[in-house]
Ligand binder design. Structure first.
Ligand SMILES: [Mg+2]
Length: 321
């Protein structure tokens, strides 16, 4: 297992150094300082080869993605990402693979000013677990529980691209090289909406990141908030690449049911709607209003051009078969 000790050199002494890390990699624990009047936000995600990603995913993309999905959860709570720890299970030590993987990881960590403060490496089937930590002013975190009747429902960007990338590989959907490149970029290198999440703080009434699909994730807000919602599906944003590839009837399962795009879904009161849209625009985020919250106890109604819309049965399951 000596080889595995080598792996440390890919993490220790690399990446950014934050002043709030009192003790980083190299002891039994890391020590960090949480500022006064802030709360610590913690989230953990595991990606397993063949379940959450294809075995031939570029390792650099995997390094990016495993951190991006965790940062997306922090963004959904309005937290500012600060530190991560990492557990890596590898079938063997492949130095080229490790170099590319850690490059992808360090790149996104540096971009968001996140320090890797600890980790563990073991031998076994390829699997990666990241636990990301962030800080949020006390009492200001966004949850799934605050949506109220009359609030507007927004998403921060187009949905369905990551799903199309996966299904195009699995089922051989006809897609041009340009469009394939566009949607694969969204799957391999998702952008966590970190700045948008912090903008939402104090303005949005609830938020979640779309990891399991719009319908499933909006369902979480409706149940936690004890409200109903109506979504006008024609208002849900989709990319040109998706529209170019699929006819209208084929699009809905991707746009409504598939996850993996990591856009934020949030609700905002009528009074704060304009202010929030403008503030998001300053950060380059064109949030789109897709529906409205109503009184109720967790039911979602979809409409298409004013008619009741029923989701096609047998939609795609989230990645795994
Ligand atoms: Mg989430």
């Amino acid at each position: 297992m000596k080889e595995f000790e080598l792996i440390n050199r890919y993490f220790k002494g690399r990446g950014i150094t934050r002043r709030d890390v009192d003790l980083g990699i190299g002891d039994d624990c890391a020590l960090v300082s949480v500022p006064e009047n802030y709360q610590l936000a913690i989230t953990t995600d595991t990606l397993v080869s063949g379940v959450h990603f294809f075995e031939d995913i570029p390792p650099r993309a995997l390094g990016h993605r495993v951190l991006a999905v965790n940062l997306s959860d922090l963004a959904a709570m309005g937290a500012e990402p600060t530190w991560i720890s990492l557990a890596l299970t590898l079938p063997s030590v492949d130095l080229d693979w490790l170099e590319a993987f850690t490059e992808g990881l360090h790149e996104i960590a540096e971009y968001y000013n996140v320090q890797i403060i600890g980790g563990d490496t073991t031998q076994g089937p390829l699997s990666i677990t990241v636990s990301a930590k962030g800080i949020v002013p006390r009492g200001k975190a966004l949850t799934r529980a605050g949506a109220k009747a009359g609030d507007w429902i927004f998403v921060t960007g187009p949905l369905g691209d990551a799903g199309l990338a996966i299904e195009a590989r699995k089922r051989g959907i006809a897609i041009t090289p340009d469009n394939r490149h566009e949607v694969e970029k969204r799957f391999f290198y998702p952008t966590p909406r970190v700045a948008a999440g912090q903008v939402l703080r104090g303005l949005a009434t609830s938020a979640i990141d779309i990891s399991d699909g719009l319908v499933a994730d909006l369902g979480h807000i409706l149940r936690k908030s004890q409200v109903n919602a109506v979504v006008q599906v024609e208002k849900v944003p989709m990319s040109a690449a998706l529209k170019n590839t699929l006819v209208e009837g084929e699009r809905w399962p991707f746009v409504l049911n598939y996850g993996d795009d990591y856009e934020l879904l949030f609700t905002v009161s009528d009074a704060n709607k304009g202010a929030l849209e403008n503030k998001l625009k300053q950060y380059g985020v064109e949030a789109k209003c897709i529906g409205q919250i109503q009184a109720g106890n967790g039911q979602l109604d979809l409409t298409l051009k004013g008619q009741k819309f029923t989701l096609p049965k047998g939609g795609y399951e989230h990645f795994s078969d």
